[in-house]
Design a protein around this ligand. Structure first.
Ligand SMILES: Nc1ncnc2c1ncn2[C@@H]1O[C@H](COP(=O)(O)OP(=O)(O)O)[C@@H](O)[C@H]1O
Ligand SMILES: [Mg+2]
Length: 155
């Protein structure tokens, strides 16, 4: 089920990340989509922050493809930009991370050929509307999507 929200600034993006952090569990995945500069890495930093990592330590894994962080549960941050179309998570060694109880944040998830790993990924598509404004389209499992909100969250 899809829902759209307007993010008026970075603070809204942080609120979104905080709300998303409540759904994190080992073996689940966020599929992040959107153009360069949309805010996929930024959202990941905020997510890591609410799971116990200093967001300053989180950087784009563009060259190394996968970064791992000592969050709770541990986070595997994957960027498929350089892998390109037809990206295969098994080839990238995802099995090891699954066995070790990681959850996954995958930038450029549109490059995944087929997803035979994650039953209910949380897809987050970010569109640039302005300097700080973003449109975010969440495609979540139905039971979650119906109730999901973050605008009313405390900072
Ligand atoms: N509301 C917002 N949400 C996310 N990023 C924003 C927002 N407003 C401005 N930005 C800026 O946009 C840039 C997004 O970059 P980044 O997260 O690296 O994009 P991507 O990973 O999608 O290529 C950052 O410099 C960030 O500070
Ligand atoms: Mg990025």
């Amino acid at each position: 089920m899809k829902r759209e929200f307007l993010l008026k600034d970075l603070k809204d993006t942080e609120r979104l990340a905080k709300a998303l952090s409540k759904f994190v569990q080992p073996g689940m995945a966020f599929f992040l989509k959107g153009d360069l500069g949309a805010g996929k890495t930024q959202l990941t930093k905020f997510l890591a922050k609410y799971l116990g990592e200093d967001p300053k330590n989180v950087s784009s894994p563009t060259f190394s493809i996968i970064h791992e962080y000592d969050t709770t549960p541990p986070m595997a941050h994957i960027d498929l930009y350089r892998v390109g179309k037809g990206a295969d998570l098994w080839e990238l060694g995802i099995e090891d991370y699954l066995e070790r109880g990681f959850f996954f944040v995958i930038e450029w998830a549109d490059y995944l050929e087929n997803n035979d790993i994650f039953e209910n990924p949380f897809t987050v598509t970010i569109k640039i509307l302005g300097d700080k404004k973003r449109l975010v389209i969440l495609d979540f499992p139905n039971d979650v999507a119906e109730k999901f909100s973050f605008k009313d969250m405390e900072d």
